[in-house]
Design a protein around this ligand. Structure first.
Ligand SMILES: [Fe+2]
Ligand SMILES: [Fe+2]
Length: 475
């Protein structure tokens, strides 16, 4: 493993300096990236000095250093986990062959598509979150938002490096296009649906980082198994950063719940209107936000049956979550998996070839992981003596992709007709009125150690700093 050279324009541990052509190409892309950051990155943040961690090594102990930096000057770099010269492909038709250091011609189009699709989500989330800095509930939260934003920027760099290094002219064109699509743009939107949704307020942000960044975790984990070794190594390192994003979401929602429970106990009420009048977010609204972000996020895994998923797996491009820990044959031919389908207006289970159901396998792994955190949120309510519990909605609720898109389902798993759906929609998903209420709470609180009234302070600060540390210096 080479160390990271910070005197270079682009910090990296891939010996970029030894490949002048590639270095020049990436140095040519760099100013376009900065322009993109200035145009659609965090609004009004140019002069802030933010207490950020910057990756300086891929060593699990001490891979990052903390310090106040202007985000524009953040050292977005290229870091791959150390390689293993003897690594073998461990699933699919190429199982047992040596892992690939270059892209095999026959898999080029599919790999490019996988990398572009992953890469597209990274700048998309920065765009979705760009206004949130103006309404941060605290300086601590503002810092966490910016940390996520710069790291999503670095994840874009990670994918662009692969495109430039391994895909020639096509790769360079795709790298440009990644800066041209814009989240929510009618003419040139981001590739995946959830990444064109708005993240209008901080409750949405915490739900997004809990659920949608967790989709990122599962996609990255599946790519970390890839036979294409540079992709496996770069996604492994991205996962190190991703953990913090999900922490922000999980602890953020926990803190919202803690505050809501406190208000409910003080007022001895579970009346949403009274909770709202006291400036906290009522539990039904939190549940509706959860329903929305969960359902939009599970769509990201794609159609429940997909021949592409089978091809990606069999050709070694994308494995399963924790492929190496599974004890089956890692080829999966002749095996089956249960998926849901709509029959006579009802949901029924059916067995389909496992290889074609790998999107569903990954979605089910995601669902398990998501539910664990919802359980931890419920502990917050339980500890406060509040009997209400949050729950993830049924898998078929509010789906837009795959077989389940053809059905209307209540969150508790009842098939409903259009009339009932229309009547109950605002009980199940956030309404314009919910958004307006949550928006009304979003003021800007940025004095060190102060917090907006709808959220509790965190238990601890970042990097062992106190909660009232000056996480952002306003220039
Ligand atoms: Fe990311
Ligand atoms: Fe992330």
């Amino acid at each position: 493993m080479s160390t990271i050279n910070y005197s270079e324009k682009i910090p990296n541990n891939v010996n970029l300096g030894e490949d002048r052509t590639l270095q020049r190409a990436l140095e040519g892309w760099q100013p376009n990236f900065i322009n993109w950051w200035d145009d659609v990155g965090p609004e009004g943040s140019t002069n802030h000095e933010v207490y950020l961690r910057t990756a300086v090594s891929v060593d699990p102990q001490g891979w990052a250093q903390f310090g106040h930096v202007k985000m524009r000057d953040y050292r977005w770099g290229i870091f791959l986990n150390p390689g293993d010269a003897n690594r073998e492909v461990h699933f699919g038709d190429h199982k047992g062959e040596k892992a690939w250091q270059d892209v095999p011609g026959e898999h080029r189009a599919n790999l490019r598509r996988i990398i572009v699709t992953q890469g597209d989500t990274e700048p998309a989330s920065v765009e979705q979150q760009r206004h949130l800095g103006l309404t941060a509930p605290s300086m601590y939260d503002l810092r966490n938002l910016f940390q996520i934003n710069v790291e999503e920027g670095r994840h874009l760099w990670a994918m662009v490096y692969l495109l430039h290094k391994h895909f020639g002219r096509d790769g360079r064109e795709e790298a440009e296009a990644l800066l041209q699509r814009t989240s929510g743009d009618v003419d040139n939107p981001r590739i995946l649906g959830a990444f064109n949704e708005k993240t209008p307020d901080w409750l949405a942000f915490f739900m997004f980082t809990y659920f949608t960044d967790r989709d990122g975790k599962f996609q990255l984990a599946a790519l970390a198994e890839s036979a294409f070794d540079p992709l496996a190594r770069t996604t492994k390192f991205m996962l190190t950063e991703e953990a913090h994003h999900m922490f922000v979401g999980e602890s953020g929602v926990s803190r919202v719940l803690a505050r809501t429970a406190q208000v409910m106990n003080e007022l001895k009420t579970d009346d949403p209107q009274k909770v709202r009048a006291a400036g906290a977010i009522d539990l039904p609204t939190i549940q509706r936000y959860l329903n929305f972000h969960y359902s939009v996020t599970i769509d990201l895994f794609g159609a429940d049956q997909s021949s592409n998923a089978a091809i990606f797996y069999s050709s070694g491009l994308k494995g399963r979550y924790e492929e190496g820990k599974r004890t089956d044959d890692h080829v999966l031919k002749g095996q089956t998996y249960k998926v849901l389908e709509v029959k006579d207006g009802q949901l029924v289970e059916k067995d389909v070839p496992m290889l074609n159901a790998l999107n569903e396998v990954l979605r089910d792994d995601f669902i398990k992981d998501s539910m664990a955190g919802v359980g931890r949120w419920n502990k917050v309510l339980e500890k406060a003596g509040i009997p209400t519990r949050l729950a993830v909605p049924h898998k078929a609720f509010n789906r837009q992709i795959g077989a389940l898109a053809g059905i209307k389902m209540s969150p508790d798993g009842r098939v409903v007709n259009e009339i009932e759906w229309a009547a109950k929609r605002n009980e199940w998903l956030p309404s314009a009125e919910d958004f307006a209420f949550v928006a009304s709470l979003m003021g800007r609180v940025v004095e060190p150690g102060k917090f907006a009234g709808w959220i509790s302070p965190p238990v601890m600060g970042i990097n062992r700093q106190p909660v009232d540390f000056e996480y952002v210096r306003f220039g």
